[in-house]
Design a protein around this ligand. Structure first.
Ligand code: NAP
Length: 239
């Protein structure tokens, strides 16, 4: 039996990652910060609900305790929960630091908080996998390439840098966990039609399930799988 925990899984890409893991026979702890939303989604996809707010120490500690007491190990951790923050107040010259702080608290510190709390249980697994749901906008290569459309997006000091930092965190965990055989990778799901993007008016046709595919691939890597990489559907994404 494989045990997986997915954060921010009551909707969007996280929900599809949870559903995809269930379809592969995995026991999934579908995490949500709202108990009711989590319970509904878990019932719909055939997972077990777990309350977890990645910004809250007590909530994360309680979830880790539950994992330890009930299963004594964790085979797959998908750090999916993320926020964009208010876009207007992350533009250089119009910055609201509270907004920037909240985005980093969720997208970066949240991942560290959850991974730290779960690491004793990941180490108890024979073949643990950690997947950090990043974004192509976190690629400094894309952001600085005049030929890439992302270099033409409005400059922003919260969401894109938070995903760049998440990529750096991914590399550090990959190094730290290498001797335990834990593979840690970052994925870029691509622009998907979810609540995250619904107000952007971009006419996105890619679904949350499409975005979940790369996370599912990295969550189910074999023993010879890579670690410390950043990938999307096409392959390696430059840092
Ligand atoms: P979404 O539909 O807005 O879902 C985000 C999920 O994260 C929700 O379940 C949300 O819970 C949860 N969440 C937010 N803050 C949380 C917290 N403090 N603790 C626990 N859960 C929290 O967005 P999505 O499109 O599925 O995005 C999922 C991930 O993919 C994010 O990391 C995002 O950065 C990344 N991504 C998305 C796209 C895209 O185009 N959609 C592209 C690249 C990367 P609530 O329902 O309670 O708010």
């Amino acid at each position: 039996m494989t045990i997986a925990l997915v954060t921010g899984a009551n909707k969007g890409i996280g929900r599809e990652i949870a559903a995809g893991l269930v379809a592969r026979g995995v026991t999934v702890l579908l995490c949500a910060r709202d108990a009711e939303l989590g319970a509904t989604a878990a019932q719909e996809v055939g997972a077990r609900p777990m309350v977890l707010d990645v910004t809250d120490d007590g909530s994360v500690r309680a979830a880790a305790r539950e994992v330890g007491e009930r299963w004594g190990r964790l085979d797959v951790l998908v750090n999916n929960a993320g926020i964009s923050g208010d876009l207007a107040s992350q533009a250089p010259g119009r910055i609201d630091l509270a907004n920037v702080r909240q985005v980093f608290e969720t997208n970066v510190l949240g991942v560290i908080r959850v991974t730290e709390a779960m690491s004793p249980w990941l180490r108890r697994s024979d073949a643990a996998r950690v997947v950090n749901v990043s974004s192509g906008v976190g690629s400094l290569g894309h952001q600085t390439d005049p030929g890439h459309y992302m270099s033409g997006l409005p400059a922003s000091l919260a969401y894109p840098p938070s995903k760049t930092a998440l990529n750096a965190v991914t590399v550090q965990y990959a190094r730290a966990f290498a001797r335990d055989g834990i593979l840690v990778n970052a994925v870029a799901p691509g622009a998907c039609a979810t609540d995250f993007t619904k107000d952007l008016g971009l006419g996105i046709t890619r679904t949350a399930a499409d975005g979940a595919a790369v996370a599912l691939r990295m969550a189910t890597l074999g023993a010879d799988g890579p670690t410390g990489t950043f990938v999307d559907d096409e392959g390696t994404v430059r840092w």
